[in-house]
Design a protein around this ligand. Structure first.
Ligand SMILES: [Zn+2]
Length: 406
């Protein structure tokens, strides 16, 4: 193996508090186990909850029953994700990719070339999760945009890999870590802008007799009405923003299937997210967690041959540290999903309250009954699997808010 695969220069000083190979394995499996236990409990509680709900609502229609049963399918999907992580660790997928890069057609290339080769393959594999949204891209234009996002995601990973290799040449670990954190923050902000790409290709929402109240409300709230778009084949609406711009997307199915007052109530909910800066807080949260994992990469992963060995490496390629960091980051995010879901549910209820305070409570309840299929859920199930509270909880909270306002 090439001798240029060295660790950062001050590795010896950090050795005292680095994990052993066994500890690194435990750090890998702990979030998997936590997630498995939580998901098993959540699905058991949800099953019991649905049985009791069906008994207390004997007149429930077939469509509603099937919709409720479908909520249980999130469990096998969750198990599959955990299985994939476990399998990738056991079968040493990351070291195998590195081996492929060193034995393939660039075997005699420089470290930079082999590192880029590794990153392209690794990133092409993990970015496949973008295709989870393929059902939303049901036109040629939508598919092309999805492939463009996939391609840009790989380009972003390669850029970060090259930065890490270049920064590794710095004498001080602290300086290298600082610059890499900064580069990651800038890359994430650019990547966040990339999320606007599909929206730019949507038509702007036209103001007519049905959408007039919605436009009036937007102007009342000083929202630029040129930034309201019509979503294609979408029975929902959402608000999105970056540091530079903000947009609201109203689905075409939502407009067709609901009264103007219900659609305006949904607009009021989206303006509630804007009022409370929910998207900005989310973006800062992402930047913070990435910075934390970058620090872990520089001070625990990079100087530790034992962490590399736990994954099945017999050398310590610098570029692979990004893949190891990403694996730990994803695993711990998975285990902490209930916390992020609870926060997300809190901001949804707060946006509902905002709409109710603006006088759209009843209309929002009607819209929720039309567009949401998540009727009811046990609290643990909702914390584990749902970013939005069930209709039952949302409607009860809106009614409570309306009663307080009387
Ligand atoms: Zn919302």
């Amino acid at each position: 193996m090439a001798t240029d695969l060295s660790l950062l220069p001050d590795a010896a000083a950090a050795k005292r508090w680095l994990p052993s190979k066994d500890q690194a394995k435990k750090i890998f499996y702990a979030p998997l186990l936590v997630s498995l236990v939580i998901q098993c409990c959540a699905i058991a509680f949800q099953t019991a909850h649905l049985i009791m709900y069906a008994r207390s609502n004997p007149t429930m229609g077939t469509r509603e029953s099937v919709g409720m049963m479908l909520t249980l399918t999130l469990f096998p999907a969750g198990l599959l994700t955990l299985g994939c992580y476990s399998m990738s660790f056991k079968k040493q997928w990351i070291p195998r990719l590195w081996k492929r890069a060193n034995e393939g057609r660039f075997a005699n290339g420089s470290l930079l070339v082999r590192s880029v080769d590794f990153t392209v393959f690794w990133s092409a594999l993990i970015s496949l999760n973008l295709f989870n949204y393929i059902h939303l891209a049901m036109s040629i234009k939508g598919l092309l945009l999805l492939f463009a996002e996939y391609f840009l995601s790989i380009v972003g990973s390669v850029f970060l890999a090259i930065c890490l290799l270049k920064l590794n040449a710095k004498k001080s670990r602290h300086v290298a870590c600082f610059w890499f954190c900064l580069v990651t923050i800038v890359t994430t902000l650019v990547d966040w802008e990339r999320g606007f790409l599909p929206i730019e290709f949507l038509p702007r929402l036209k103001e007519d007799k049905n959408t007039k109240p919605l436009f009036k409300l937007a102007r009342q709230d000083y929202f630029d009405t040129k930034q309201i778009y019509e979503g294609e084949r979408l029975n929902n609406a959402f608000y999105t923003r970056s540091l530079l711009r903000e947009k609201i997307i109203i689905g075409d199915y939502l407009l067709e299937g609901n009264t103007p007052s219900s659609v305006t109530a949904v607009m009021a909910h989206e303006l509630g997210h804007r009022f409370n800066n929910d998207l900005t807080v989310r973006l800062y949260g992402i930047l913070l967690s990435q910075t934390f994992w970058n620090v872990v990469m520089f001070y625990i992963i990079l100087p530790s041959p034992e962490v590399y060995a736990a994954f099945g490496f017999d050398t310590e390629p610098i570029v692979a540290a990004i893949a190891l960091r990403e694996t730990f980051h994803s695993l711990y995010s998975l285990a902490l999903t209930p916390l992020s879901n609870l926060w997300s549910q809190h901001v949804e209820l707060r946006a509902d309250r905002f709409a109710a305070e603006m006088g759209y409570g009843e209309s929002l309840i009607k819209a929720l009954e039309e567009i949401s299929f998540h009727k009811t859920g046990n609290w643990l199930y909702e914390a584990v699997y749902c970013s939005h509270p069930s209709n039952e909880r949302r409607i009860a909270a809106i009614r409570k808010q309306m009663a307080q306002m009387r």
